[in-house]
Design a protein around this ligand. Structure first.
Ligand SMILES: Cc1cc2nc3c(=O)[nH]c(=O)nc-3n(C[C@H](O)[C@H](O)[C@H](O)COP(=O)(O)OP(=O)(O)OC[C@H]3O[C@@H](n4cnc5c(N)ncnc54)[C@H](O)[C@@H]3O)c2cc1C
Length: 383
């Protein structure tokens, strides 16, 4: 079967060839941002894939965007530094006013503005988003923001952030997930006026931070859509995010399988290639089969999303199956390389750490299983 979107894949692959393992290794050791890589992707228009043509983007579907991200990961690069630039704007596109769309989307498409930070997670609420404590209180022509977010990634490399805050206390809202609102915050104006960013040193080079809001005053025009409906708007964007991250996992899995296969064919131990042993072959073959199966689910979810069909079950299953496949492939690849898998120069330990994230974020595997149990199988809600 020929791979879909071969032209897109070829162009992405050619771009990524300029950013080999040494580039990522150096950034990793310096905790630095892949500025040149992100600039190259932006200039090539890949990060504006999902922005409609009327706003200066390419107007492509999630299926094409998935091919872009898969190819980035398959090349050994890491799209996590900027993948949110592709889909975070979806909330503005779907729920923003015409004035917000014309003000921001063309500049995001052109790469003049980066919107790749979103603040949902908080330290005390965890996955239970209804319990966020960050508040936005209307005061004349402004909202005043107080609270804290955690794991807000890429905010130091972003001009704008999407922020979820409570505008009605949980116990006064009609339902727990109502009474939250989404704001488009101009980070450049907010810094030193109530917004403080503190980097978190993490297992991976992910440019993630804690963010504190201390009486930050933002214009009332920063509100996206209607007050109180923010959680619904964020949910609307989650299917695209899950499909795209699943595609990244497929790319990671393919990278691990390719590395392992090549090494198993050339590494001689006991006078023969290690790949001649079924103990080495079978885990590679198993990872390959798992990746191909997960990829079918990613394609199904992307197809449903692009044709406007409900895609929640497929998007969630794609994310879980692809994250499982990439983690299985990562573990197999490390094992296939024996001790050399631990050496930084092989890039395997770095990719191993990077792909582990997707068991936890942007949604953990347990929560996907709970979703399938409740919403697909009709079992009682477990939490
Ligand atoms: C590197 C990194 C980058 C991130 N970037 C962002 C970002 O840019 N913006 C943002 O808003 N967030 C971001 N996140 C946060 C991420 O979305 C959360 O970490 C994730 O949703 C899990 O939430 P939590 O960490 O609070 O875990 P918790 O909710 O505390 O859960 C801990 C564990 O308990 C399990 N668990 C919880 N409840 C249940 C239940 N009912 N049933 C079964 N198991 C359960 C979970 O599956 C998990 O394994 C990032 C996280 C990381 C690590």
């Amino acid at each position: 079967m020929t791979e879909a979107f071969a032209d897109i894949r070829d162009s992405v692959g050619a771009l990524c060839a300029d950013f080999p393992g040494e580039y990522w290794r150096r950034l990793d050791s310096e905790h630095a941002y892949p500025e040149a890589f992100v600039r190259a992707l932006t200039e090539a228009g890949f990060l504006a894939a999902l922005i409609p043509q009327e706003y200066g983007g390419s107007g492509l579907g999630v299926a094409e965007a998935a091919a872009i991200l898969e190819e980035i990961q398959k090349s050994g690069c890491n799209g996590a530094a900027c993948h949110a630039q592709m889909y975070t704007m979806g909330t503005v596109l779907r729920h923003g006013s015409e004035a917000q769309k014309t003000e921001y989307l063309p500049r995001i498409a052109a790469g003049e503005l980066r919107l790749q930070a979103f603040g949902v997670t908080e330290p005390t609420s965890g996955t239970d988003t209804s319990r966020i404590r960050t508040t936005a209180v209307r005061d004349g022509d402004s909202y005043v923001i107080n609270g804290q977010k955690v794991w807000t990634s890429r905010i130091e490399h972003s001009d704008l952030m999407l922020l979820l805050a409570r505008t009605t206390p949980r116990d006064q809202a009609a339902r727990p997930h109502e009474g939250m609102s989404v704001f488009l915050v101009d980070i450049r104006e907010a810094r030193d006026r109530g917004l403080t960013i503190r980097p978190i040193r993490a297992m991976i080079n992910h440019h993630t931070t804690e963010v504190f809001f201390d009486n930050l005053r933002i214009p009332a025009s920063s509100l996206i859509g209607e007050e109180g409906r923010g959680f619904r708007y964020i949910l609307d964007g989650m299917n695209a995010e899950r499909i795209l991250i699943a595609a990244e996992c497929i790319g990671d899995a393919r990278w691990f399988i390719e590395k392992a296969t090549a090494y198993a064919g050339e590494r001689m131990v006991f006078g023969r290639p290690i790949g001649q042993n079924q103990g080495i072959q079978f885990p590679i073959a198993r990872a390959y089969a798992a990746t191909e199966a997960a990829n079918l689910m990613v394609a199904k979810a992307a197809g449903q999303f692009d044709s406007g069909e409900p895609c929640g079950p497929a998007a969630n299953m794609a994310k879980m199956l692809a994250a499982d496949a990439s983690w299985q492939a990562a573990d197999m690849c490390l094992q296939t390389h024996g001790g050399f898998g631990f050496a930084e120069e092989y890039d395997i330990e770095r990719k191993f750490r990077e792909t582990r994230l997707y068991q936890v974020a942007p949604i953990s595997t347990n929560l996907i299983l709970a979703y399938i149990a409740e919403h697909v199988l009709g079992l009682p809600r477990s939490y």
